[in-house]
Design a protein around this ligand. Structure first.
Ligand code: ASP
Length: 417
């Protein structure tokens, strides 16, 4: 049976198991078993990240360094990422303005929803998720200690170091260059093989991760927030099913249906892990081995995308901030809405590809437009499930970028046959 079918079945079984073993106190044996299985899979994925990104970027850039065109690829990648993030924010803005989920029966919804969290809980949730200001982003590109950056999962620093290393590797003397090139290519091959091996366990891992969320969340939390929940879901769906396939079709001349099918394992993993960073090895595998994008493009576009391109996150930040304003009975004017758009764009670049990373960005937006931080409490109950959905959009947008850019670079084998 194909892997994506196995994962899908695991997902359905997980929902059933989660409902049967419902336990909001998170103490039951079933919860602990789900947690153990999920964590084991997540750890295995995370274990791949540092060596996979390093070897992949170094080999990819060394390749480009020899053929030329680093600058061109960089401009295309940044251009694509900025465009899709902006489009997704505008979609979010449109949905939240038209549907006004923060207003129920003409009244601000705050009272009805009731704050579901204490300030302490919010501060704890958003702590240590990485700040989103521009200076901070640049500083993180230059980590003072590369080993610490690797240990802390600071991807931006690793990417920048890998880019420099790969580029300069092509500039050194003959035999040393050959040895290094062989070495890094060998590491990359081993890491790819390891990714393939771990992917075989994806159905079990997905089962654990999803059953854990379902068993501890339950269905009840969605009722008061249903309107907000479906506004976000609708906007994410519009981006996922209309905008991104449109770009694939018009900019890349690529059949979106095939691309969805090929990316299914990555999509389902993103959904279950809520982390673009943890999904990265699988995204790379799908894009390079199934869609046929060269290592040169994959290794440049995808690690960068998993770190800086977060369409789903940007869209969510925008809707969440606007929803909180509406729920508090505040009407945000054009200038404030523009501030929301700009801050959402910048912070979506800065937040890490890990679960609940958006919350820190939302807190930045809230302070930028002068809203109380406690507002985040309104959305905490449904954040996890929406996190799963926005991570899917984040990962899928990166993969679309990779195939569109590969096509524009004249790669023939992309989604061919
Ligand atoms: N979980 C998201 C990701 O990893 C980030 C976020 O929006 O919280 O892509």
């Amino acid at each position: 049976m194909k892997l994506h079918w196995q994962i899908l079945i695991a997902l359905l079984l997980a929902i059933v198991a989660g409902v049967l073993a419902f336990d909001p106190s998170k103490t039951s044996l079933a919860y602990r078993i789900f947690d153990f299985i999920g964590l084991a899979f997540l750890n295995a994925l995370k274990m791949l990240i540092v060596p996979l990104i390093m070897s992949s970027i170094i080999c990819g850039i060394a390749n480009i360094g020899e053929q030329g065109g680093v600058g061109r690829l960089g401009v295309k990648t940044v251009g694509y990422y900025m465009t899709t993030s902006l489009l997704s924010i505008l979609i979010g803005l449109l949905f939240v303005n038209i549907l006004s989920p923060g207003i129920i029966d003409g009244e601000p919804a705050r009272e009805r929803i009731g704050l579901s969290a204490e300030t302490d809980e919010i501060t704890e949730k958003i702590g240590g998720r990485g700040a989103g200001d521009i200076a901070g982003i640049f500083l993180r590109m230059l980590p003072p200690n590369i080993v610490m950056a690797a240990a802390e999962g600071q991807m931006l620093g690793l990417i920048f170091f890998g880019l420099l290393f790969g580029f300069l590797m092509t500039r050194i003397e003959g035999s040393k260059r050959e040895v290094l090139t062989l070495f890094w290519n060998g590491v990359l091959d081993v890491m790819m093989a390891m990714t393939n091996l771990i992917m075989k366990f994806a159905p079990i891992g997905v089962f654990g991760l999803v059953a854990k969320v379902v068993s501890s969340t339950g269905i009840g939390v969605f009722v008061p927030l249903a309107y907000f929940f479906f506004t976000v879901l609708g906007a994410l769906a519009a981006h996922f099913f209309i905008v991104l396939p449109g770009l694939l079709w018009f900019m890349g001349g690529i059949s979106p249906v095939r691309h969805y099918r090929i990316m299914l394992p990555a999509i389902l993993t993103a959904f279950s892990t809520s982390s673009s960073a943890a999904t990265l090895p699988i995204t790379m595998d799908c894009v390079e081995h199934q869609a046929g994008v060269s290592n040169r493009t994959t290794s440049f576009v995808l690690p960068l995308g998993a770190t800086v391109n977060m369409d789903g996150t940007a869209l969510y930040e925008c809707i969440a901030a606007m929803f909180i304003a509406q729920a508090y009975g505040l009407n945000l004017g054009l200038v404030e809405q523009f501030t929301v758009v700009l801050t959402a764009l910048l912070t979506s670049i800065g937040v890490a590809g890990i679960p609940a990373a958006s919350l820190v960005a939302i807190s930045i937006i809230l302070s930028a437009v002068g809203l109380p931080l406690e507002g985040i409490g309104l959305i905490l109950a449904v954040d996890r499930v929406l996190d799963m959905c926005r991570t899917v959009v984040n990962v899928f947008s990166d993969s679309c970028g990779a195939v569109i850019i590969a096509r524009s670079e004249g790669e023939k084998g992309v989604l061919a046959g």
